[in-house]
Design a protein around this ligand. Structure first.
Ligand code: UDP
Length: 254
């Protein structure tokens, strides 16, 4: 039996070579990390939920004309995606003060921001993903001015669309992180949304109760992470009421 070639392994996903040239397979692991992997656990069922939630979000975005790497979901844990060259930036969009923004500026968590804020972080674990400005991005050539312009336009549109989508499910989209990639078709290059959008990479608060339905449950030891992700999936209408992934207690590895 042949083993598939592993292109890249990250903290929560593995990228394998795809069945055809120009395709990859994105595999969602149950590994959950925070604080640049200083905290780690394997939470059974998380990968399955993120695969479904991200599939739903990417498909909806495709339908409004946002280009993405997503082709189709293959099974419980895998998606077929276009092979892209990842632009080494984490693009964070914020609507409400939380996390590192609240900490950095001494803001009360939950304060609506007067203006949507877009931030860039340089994707480099060994440097702890430092925050960077557009000047840094251009000076170091991580993206061209045209690419940055496209990223900004997509980011704002994705935020508006997803804010409405989650609002309809009684969920407030507080902030989220995106990654973009370069996709080549012959000699034409297009900037497309890549990676995933899921409760691992977004802050999602229940509009009624303020309950956190995202990875902050793990970061802050609140428990009930899989149940919260299931709730998001259920509210988006992508998880059948009777469909509950088998649950085991989280195992703290480190
Ligand atoms: N985020 C992420 N990966 C990262 C850093 C942040 O997905 O490596 C997401 C995070 O889940 C949140 C948003 O980006 O939805 C903003 O995160 P923040 O800067 O507040 O950092 P954190 O509090 O996660 O350290």
């Amino acid at each position: 039996m042949n083993r598939r070639r592993r292109i890249y392994e990250g903290k929560a996903k593995i990228i394998f070579e795809g069945p055809e040239t120009g395709t990859y397979i994105q595999f969602f692991k149950d590994d959950t990390t925070a604080f640049n992997a200083r905290k780690h656990a394997v939470i059974e069922g998380k990968g399955v939920l993120n695969n479904r939630i991200s599939e739903y979000i990417f498909s909806r975005l495709e339908r409004i004309g946002i280009p993405t790497h997503f082709i189709k979901r293959l099974n419980m844990r895998e998606q077929l995606i276009h092979a892209v060259e990842i632009i080494p930036l984490e693009v964070v969009v914020r609507n409400v003060a939380a996390g590192s923004l609240a900490k950095r500026f001494g803001l009360e968590e939950g304060m609506p921001l007067p203006h949507t804020v877009v931030e860039f972080y340089y994707k480099k674990d060994s440097l702890n993903d430092p925050m960077v400005s557009e000047e840094h991005i251009l000076a170091f050539g991580w993206a061209t001015p045209q690419e940055l312009e496209e990223i900004m336009a997509h980011a704002v549109r994705i935020n508006d669309f997803l804010s409405g989508l989650f609002l309809g499910a009684g969920i407030q989209l507080v902030d989220f992180k995106m990654e973009f990639g370069r996709m080549w078709e012959n000699d034409m290059m297009q900037v497309v949304l890549a990676d995933e959008i899921s409760p691992d990479s977004a802050r999602l608060w229940d509009m009624q109760t303020g309950n956190k339905l995202d990875k902050d449950r793990f970061r802050q030891d609140l428990g009930g992470l899989v149940e919260a992700y299931q709730e998001v999936a259920r509210r988006l209408g992508i998880l059948n009421e009777n469909e509950t992934p088998r649950l085991k207690r989280p195992v703290l590895v480190k």
